[in-house]
Ligand binder design. Structure first.
Ligand code: ASP
Length: 598
């Protein structure tokens, strides 16, 4: 039987109480975590979002009726308890914020009862994720998830405060938009009023925030829901949240400056981490060369070394073949791994092949100085020594090499470096290494589409000193684009935008759009630009990923209240789902019947 709240007021959350409150009469409300009946005395751990509190029910403090109610309690019952805060008589529980006190109850109301939950509500749950997500509302009661969502809220609040202080305005942009295909697949919403037409949900507020700059709002931000219909990976969700911003009358350094201070504040005030400013910057070219990645994890070394010049005269066809094709030979030095068993090296080779390597060449320098290598027989002793020297190889080291087109070599060694770091446990979650990667290429060649595509988006400004190469050598043009990397994860990115129409036209031309096609897609933006557009730039953070790293979680599902799973479905609500025929009729939609395969 559920009782009412009539006349009752909660005075404190459970973990707000401490020895300072001893002697006070308080009323707390929450869920029963645990109850132990020791005959004449009942111990209950009460839980709310602040934490746990021990309640004692004993005949001398409470009516018979009250005691009888306490005897009926089960896990997850919701109760209100009024009682006196006392110092613990039994052992102090130092694991608990309220471990020095207990409440001696003199009244209790059972506000609602609970079925036995399908899994225990506890920290570090061992329950399978599918079950947790099916009963997400129970999973969300667990202290570790509550901690994450509380942190998420705090970061959002700090962001709003900071950006407001810096003169930013929070402005909402629409969710129902016109599809402007470029980038990921859109989520579409059929229009009832205009049969046969569709809205697209935003992949980002990009065009609208640029329009707000045209409109003179100067500094905009939004904590914005974005939608991308992509194949999901561990750190992706079909809908996700960005901290999105745009600023007028600025260049790269201005955007970086305000964001460094934002990050510093976020990290200091939520997790007590000092972010040293300025944050290190590295060009895209340097990041690729040293780490084989445009989002290098700089918590550890094991940098790539280019040994093309060292091996170009040798007899090893794999090396020389790659060089003749215009590629390179590069290596990494796994310090102290010289005795790695063959089986493990084979596993690394298989891993490298997943990233396009044809194989992996290695040198093991054993503790006694003898050398084992997959390609020693093709090398003279001098060549071998020169290669080892170039790699700074010492006794006990394992040297791994890839030879191919640069793109493949970077991909293979960049990922191998991370895999080795995982195996060697070099990735300390307590260390936060930030890095700006700048000067990205403006274009990327798409083999699929046989044309250049914009690496960031088509409104990104080329670097001033490279504009002259737009016609002669577009592949070489660098952009005023920047990413902010944390521990090898891209947590945000942005660019200075083009505000001169001649450069924008050239950009479209290089991307293979006619002026007509460009107007068809982005017409409202391009027209707006004819009416006085300020120079502007912006950036967006992947809010979920940022919180994931701050919370030291491995998946963004742990920092999103109601996440979807890999196939973009919600295990709790069963979305997506079929709709009534009448809804389809109103939308003029016929569902093709797909023959079920046996
Ligand atoms: N809209 C961009 C993105 O979603 C970020 C930006 O350029 O501001 O990646």
């Amino acid at each position: 039987m559920a009782e009412s709240m009539k006349g009752l007021h909660r005075t404190h959350r459970c973990a707000e109480l401490s020895v300072k409150n001893v002697g006070e009469t308080v009323t707390v409300m929450g869920w029963v975590q645990k109850n132990r009946n020791k005959g004449g005395i009942i111990f209950v751990d009460l839980r709310d979002r602040s934490g746990l509190l021990q309640i004692i029910f004993e005949g001398k403090d409470i009516s018979e009726e009250g005691f009888a109610k306490a005897e009926k309690l089960r896990s997850e019952f919701v109760v209100a308890v009024t009682g006196v805060v006392t110092k613990r008589e039994g052992a102090v529980n130092s694991n608990l914020a309220t471990g020095e006190i207990e409440i001696r109850a003199n009244d209790i109301r059972i506000l609602s009862e609970s079925d036995t939950p399908p899994f225990p509500i506890e920290e570090n749950s061992k329950t399978k994720e599918e079950l947790r997500l099916k009963y997400r509302y129970l999973d969300l009661r667990r202290p570790d998830i509550q901690k994450n969502l509380i942190m998420r809220s705090k970061v959002a609040t700090l962001t709003r405060q900071f950006l407001a202080d810096e003169g930013f305005l929070e402005i909402e942009t629409p969710l129902l938009n016109k599809s402007t295909p470029e980038g990921a697949r859109d989520y579409l919403v059929p229009s009832r009023v205009h049969p046969g037409t569709f809205y697209a949900l935003p992949q980002s507020p990009q065009l609208f925030k640029q329009l707000l700059m045209v409109s003179g709002y100067d500094r905009y931000f939004q904590i914005a829901k974005c939608f991308r219909d992509e194949d999901l990976r561990a750190d992706r969700q079909p809908e996700f949240t960005q901290i999105d911003m745009e600023l007028s009358f600025v260049d790269v350094d201005d955007v970086i400056d305000v964001n460094e201070r934002l990050l510093q504040k976020m990290f200091k005030e939520t997790i007590g981490v000092d972010v040293q400013l300025p944050i290190q910057r590295m060009t895209y070219a340097e990041a690729m060369d040293r780490f084989g990645s445009d989002k290098p994890d700089t918590r550890f070394g094991m940098e790539l070394k280019n040994v093309t010049d060292v091996v170009k005269g040798c007899e090893f066809g794999v090396f020389t073949g790659a060089i003749e094709q215009g590629g390179s030979v590069r290596g990494i030095n796994a310090k102290g791994q010289g005795n790695m068993p063959r089986k493990k090296i084979d596993a690394l080779t298989a891993f490298a092949k997943d990233f396009g390597a044809k194989g992996l060449a290695y040198i093991q320098i054993q503790e006694d100085g003898t050398i084992k290598s997959s390609f020693a027989k093709f090398m003279t002793e001098d060549e071998m020594q020169a290669l080892i020297n170039a790699m700074e190889g010492e006794k006990g080291d394992l040297l791994l090499f890839a030879a191919d087109k640069d793109k493949v070599v970077f991909d293979v060694l960049g990922n191998l470096r991370l895999e080795l770091a995982r195996q060697l446990e070099l990735l300390d979650k307590n260390v936060y290494k930030f890095l700006w990667v700048t000067e990205f290429p403006l274009f990327e060649w798409s083999e699929e589409q046989n044309r250049y595509v914009a690496m960031h988006h088509p409104f990104t400004m080329p670097m001033d000193e490279d504009i002259h190469m737009l016609d002669s050598d577009p592949g070489k043009v660098r952009a005023k684009a920047y990413d902010i990397i944390l521990n090898g994860t891209e947590i945000g990115g942005g660019s200075v935008r083009i505000h001169q129409d001649d450069i924008q036209e050239k950009m479209f031309e290089k991307l293979g759009f006619t002026t007509e096609q460009a107007y068809d897609r982005f017409g409202f933006l391009l027209t707006a630009f004819k009416y006085g557009v300020p120079p502007h730039a912006g950036l967006a953070y992947g809010f979920d990923r940022l919180i994931m790293l701050m919370a030291k979680e491995d998946s963004i599902r742990e920092v999103i209240a109601f996440p979807k799973v890999k196939d973009a479905s919600c295990l709790m609500s069963d979305a997506p789902n079929v709709v009534d025929d009448i809804q389809l009729e109103e939308l003029n939609i016929d569902i093709k019947k797909v023959e079920e395969e046996q």
